[in-house]
Design a protein. Structure first.
Length: 318
C-alpha cells in the first residue's frame, strides 16, 4: 500500500489523522517542524491504538522550502493539515496571511512536482461564513470576503489561503486534485500537547479563568470527526474539486451553552464554569449545513455534547 503524507504531524488534527490512517493499515509519512517531538508523538499514537511502526517522520516547515522535496518524494496522496494558528491576533494581518497563503502554496507546488494525485486541505469555516449574510445560513457555496470590514486576521488568512489553493490547482496543478475540509470550531480530546489548540477554552472554563462567557454562537466539530472526514474525502473519487463543511448535527451553540453542558455533566468539577454571558447584542444564530459530507461521504459526526464532555474529561486528566 502506498504511503500517505500528512503535514503538521504533531498538531491537534494531524495527530488524530495519523492515528486513523495507521489504524486503517495505511503507511504514513508526516512532517514535523522538529524531530525532537518524535518520541512524544509515537507514544501518543500508541496510546490511541495505532501501530506506529508504519510511521515515518521528516522535518519540514511551512515557512521554508527545505525538506519539502524529501517529504513528498514518491507520494501520491497528501493531507495538508499544518497551518499557522496564533495565540492572539497579530497587529499586522500580513504576519498571519502571508505564512498561511505561502505555506499552502509551498506544499501544493511540492506535491504537484512529485506527481501527487490528490491533496486534501484543512481549511476552515472561517473561509466560508465570516462575512454577513441574510439569515446566517451557510453551505459550501459561501465564501468569506477577505475585505469584509472589521474581519480579524485569522479568518481573513483562511479565506485568502484557500482561494490561493483553488486558484493554484486550476492554473498550475497539472491535473492534481484538490479537496478541502472546512471545520467549524474544533474541540475534542487532544493526542499531543499543543498549547494552541482549542481545548484550552474548556480548561479556562473549568479553572475559572473565563468567569464570563463571550457572547457568540458557533458550530462545533470534533477533532476526531475532522480526521475521519479527511480520510473520507481522500478516498471518494467524486470528492475531487469540492469543499466539505465539518460540523456537528443540530443547532449551533454558544459559549454559555458549552458551560451549561459542563455543569450538567461534570458536576463539581465544573463549578467554576461561567453562568452568564458578556453584555451585548445577540447576532443571528448561524445555521451551518453538513449535508454534502453526510450525503456524499457518509459522514456521521458525534453529538456536540459528547465532544464537549470528552474534551473536558481529557483536560481534567492532563
Amino acid at each position: 500500500m502506498s504511503t500517505t503524507l500528512v503535514t503538521g504531524g504533531t498538531g491537534y488534527v494531524g495527530s488524530w489523522l495519523i492515528a486513523g490512517l495507521l489504524r486503517a493499515g495505511r503507511p504514513v509519512r508526516a512532517t514535523v517542524r522538529s524531530l525532537e517531538r518524535e518520541p512524544a508523538l509515537r507514544e501518543a499514537l500508541r496510546a490511541a491504538g495505532a501501530d506506529d511502526s508504519g510511521l515515518e517522520l521528516v522535518a519540514a516547515d511551512l515557512s521554508a522550502d527545505a525538506g519539502w522535496a524529501a517529504a513528498v518524494e514518491g507520494i501520491s496522496l497528501v493531507h495538508h493539515v499544518a497551518s499557522p494558528m496564533p495565540l492572539v491576533q497579530p497587529d499586522d494581518p500580513e504576519e498571519l496571511i502571508g505564512p498561511a497563503r505561502d505555506g499552502t502554496l509551498r506544499v501544493l507546488r511540492a506535491a504537484r512536482d512529485a506527481g501527487a494525485r490528490r491533496v486534501v486541505l484543512t481549511s476552515s469555516f472561517a473561509a466560508i461564513g465570516y462575512s454577513p449574510k441574510a439569515g446566517a445560513e451557510f453551505t459550501e457555496d459561501d465564501w468569506t470576503d477577505p475585505d469584509t470590514p472589521g474581519l480579524a486576521p485569522y479568518p481573513r488568512s483562511k479565506a485568502i489561503a484557500e482561494r490561493a489553493a483553488w486558484d493554484f490547482v486550476a492554473r498550475e496543478g497539472g491535473g492534481m486534485e484538490l479537496v478541502t475540509v472546512n471545520p467549524t470550531f474544533i474541540l475534542g480530546p487532544g493526542l499531543t500537547a499543543d498549547g494552541r489548540s482549542s481545548p484550552q477554552l474548556i480548561r479556562m472554563m473549568l479553572d475559572g479563568s473565563m468567569p464570563v462567557a463571550p457572547r457568540q454562537r458557533f458550530g462545533l466539530a470534533d477533532v476526531r470527526d475532522v480526521a475521519d472526514l479527511h480520510m473520507r474525502a481522500m478516498d471518494a473519487p467524486h470528492a475531487a474539486g469540492k469543499r466539505y463543511l465539518c460540523v456537528a448535527d443540530g443547532p449551533t451553540i454558544s459559549y454559555l451553552e458549552v458551560a451549561r453542558v459542563l455543569r450538567d455533566k461534570l458536576g463539581a468539577a465544573a463549578d467554576k464554569a461561567p453562568t452568564e454571558e458578556a453584555p451585548g447584542e445577540d447576532r443571528p444564530r448561524p445555521i451551518i449545513h453538513n449535508d454534502r459530507a453526510r450525503e456524499e461521504l457518509g459522514f456521521r459526526p458525534r453529538p456536540a455534547e459528547t465532544t464537549i464532555v470528552d474534551t473536558a474529561e481529557a483536560v481534567l486528566r492532563a
